[in-house]
Design a protein around this ligand. Sequence first.
Ligand code: DX5
Ligand code: ZN
Length: 227
Amino acid sequence: MIRLAPSILSADFARLGEEVRAIEAAGADLVHFDVMDNHYVPNLTIGPLVCEAIRPHVKIGIDVHLMVEPVDALIPLFAKAGANLITFHPEASRHVDRTLQLIRDHGCKAGLVFNPATALALMDHVMDRLDIVLLMSVNPGFGGQKFIPSTLDKLRAARQRITAHTEAGGQPIWLEVDGGVKVDNIAQIVAAGADTLVAGSAVFGAPDEGGGYRTVMQQLRTNAVQR
Ligand code: DX5
Ligand code: ZN
């Protein structure tokens, strides 16, 4: 099963309600919600108030990607604001195991995000606490960057770890990729093992003539499932 998660980082922030309704209507599985703090990453975006504001506009899950340091204080706020999934960067939390636990305690799916240079071994001792693993295929902080090709090998390695875990009786873990995902590279990204695809500029940069994003979402879906 393939999940498409358009990142609203590239949406029109003056019309955010309309934008999330449009991606849901176009078949999005999740709203990817990028939170940046001008500390962990050199950019500043949106917080729990905006999450709460868009929540009533869609039924699909909100996938909150925290690029913030520290992490823990924001978790109850995002859970209350209607987040369904919360991922964070292990470098940004002093106690990764505790933060993962905190997310699940607040009723959300929990995940770790791996920067391009972050080793996958950081997941080894917390596999039981993971619902999702997110591999960054760009350095976090900005939309519209180019996909880093070595992510494909890293995806294959992450997929192997996840398969070994589930075959040994462990819970399912989604494998998400974020950064530079486009209509023309999504097939190889899925072939390398990703099942959840974030796409920001590819979606919001390609509106239909009459509005909405059905054409680009359909192209992403078609190329993602053709393997
Ligand atoms: C980057 C963000 C991404 C970003 C992806 O730090 O985490 O979610 O919006 O944007 P594109 O798809 O344009 O690379
Ligand atoms: Zn993101």
